[in-house]
Design a protein around this ligand. Structure first.
Ligand SMILES: Cc1cc2nc3c(=O)[nH]c(=O)nc-3n(C[C@H](O)[C@H](O)[C@H](O)COP(=O)(O)OP(=O)(O)OC[C@H]3O[C@@H](n4cnc5c(N)ncnc54)[C@H](O)[C@@H]3O)c2cc1C
Length: 379
């Protein structure tokens, strides 16, 4: 039994941390303030191999494990949650559905650029009619000869409108049930709406999408007709571990910044960290961060070792995201007025954290999954 990541994981962590500190950290304030999606930096993350970590070498990846991806997301998320979600969604929602459910032709066509981080993919599941209730989608696909015509509206789709977005995978109702289709960026009939103005994640790209008889070739059906519901549930299980890693990065950043500040900042002739109220809050936060770490990497380990990991992923996502939100609240309090000023990293993390409890399954949905897993007849 061991509670440590391998020395390879830790060496890799050092590489990503160095990249994050040099190439992302210094610019995060400006990207956040001006809502800039930094294409060149995302491409540089691709050159570092971050988008290909979990994919086999035959598709241009490095054949690593899911724990490595979590390390990368944690370290990027520690300096910038927007770039963390760009990576997490690019791998988990962009490339992964095509890798998991695509046929050879589809993989050959789209996977290499997604794996290399030269292109980004998006996954359009949520609609104005519902996100948690994903069975309530209204988007429909009608077969027209060898093609499909898709009509409907998707909401809040990450990475859907960047200059390097190549594909958007969407779910749609077909006679067999929910099916999944790959739509190439720029396809006639697909309108990428203007970017949302969001509370946080300002440097992450999020749009609504309107599909108006958007015609895609029959070859763009991903997986089996009617297999879309089962497929996206399993994609979300993976994604929950990744979001847990992103939340861990956020909570760690808050803890580290707060510890430094509590030692430096003086009030009443002593460091503010000499007050038990602050010291104990940070001691409790250190426990919560450690728990987040253990839950995140245990879920990743279970996935990497072929274990059933849905329950562990839901636990990790629930606990880590609620810890992250609490960590930003504590950090902002420790920083006092300075924590409330825009451009302070603490304020940015405070705004960025809330979505962690909502995206890829809200906290309530995680509790529902967990309660059902415990055998409770909860509705
Ligand atoms: C910035 C951002 C990026 C996103 N990226 C993507 C993306 O790339 N792809 C994508 O498909 N979606 C994406 N989403 C959508 C996100 O996954 C949904 O917002 C989320 O799943 C919640 O769905 P909803 O907004 O429709 O809320 P609702 O489902 O309407 O939920 C509203 C509230 O009701 C609660 N609730 C609902 N049902 C139950 C229940 N049975 N029991 C208890 N409480 C319940 C929810 O927990 C929540 O608190 C993104 C959202 C945002 C804001």
């Amino acid at each position: 039994m061991t509670y440590e990541l391998s020395s390879e994981h830790e060496a890799f962590r050092a590489v990503v941390r160095d990249f994050a500190d040099k190439e992302i950290g210094p610019h995060a304030v400006h990207w956040d303030r001006d809502s800039v999606f930094p294409v060149e930096t995302v491409l540089a993350m691709g050159e570092l191999g971050l988008f290909g970590l979990v994919f086999p070498e035959e598709w241009g990846g490095s054949g690593g494990d899911f724990a490595s991806l979590c390390v990368a997301i944690e370290e990027i998320g520690r300096v910038d949650q927007s770039m963390g979600i760009t990576l997490s969604a690019g791998v988990g929602l962009g490339a992964n559905p095509i890798f998991r459910f695509g046929n050879d032709d589809q993989k050959q066509r789209w996977l290499p650029d997604l794996v290399a981080g030269k292109a980004l993919g998006a996954f359009g599941l949520t609609e104005p009619s519902g996100g948690s209730d994903a069975g309530a989608i209204e988007t429909r696909a009608r077969q027209q000869g060898d093609a499909w015509e898709i009509s409907g509206t998707k909401a809040f789709i990450t990475n859907s409108g960047t200059p390097i977005t190549s594909v958007i995978t969407v779910t749609a109702l077909t006679p067999d049930g929910t099916s999944t289709f790959i739509i190439e960026a720029g396809s006639p009939g697909m309108l990428i709406e203007p970017a949302y103005r969001k509370l946080g994640w300002h440097a992450s790209d999020t749009h609504g999408i309107t599909l108006d008889d958007c015609r895609v070739p029959g070859a763009n059906l991903l997986g089996q007709p009617g297999g879309g519901f089962r497929n996206f549930l399993s994609i979300l299980d993976d994604g929950r571990i990744a979001i847990s890693a992103l939340a861990l990065g956020c909570a760690r950043a808050c803890l580290e910044m707060s510890l430094d500040y509590a030692k430096e900042r003086h009030a009443f002739g002593r460091p503010i960290g000499a007050n038990q109220s602050i010291a104990f809050a940070l001691a409790d936060l250190a426990v919560a961060v450690e728990n987040s770490r253990n839950l995140t990497y245990k879920a990743a380990w279970m996935k990497d070792h072929g274990r059933s990991f849905g329950h562990a992923a839901a636990m990790a996502k629930l606990y880590s995201t609620e810890t992250a939100v609490n960590a930003t609240r504590i950090a902002t309090q420790v920083f006092g007025g300075a924590g409330f000023i825009e451009d302070s990293p603490v304020a940015r993390f405070y705004r960025d954290a809330k979505i962690l409890e909502i995206g890829e399954g809200t906290s309530e949905i995680q509790r529902l999954v967990l309660a059902r897993g415990l055998g409770l007849p909860v509705q």
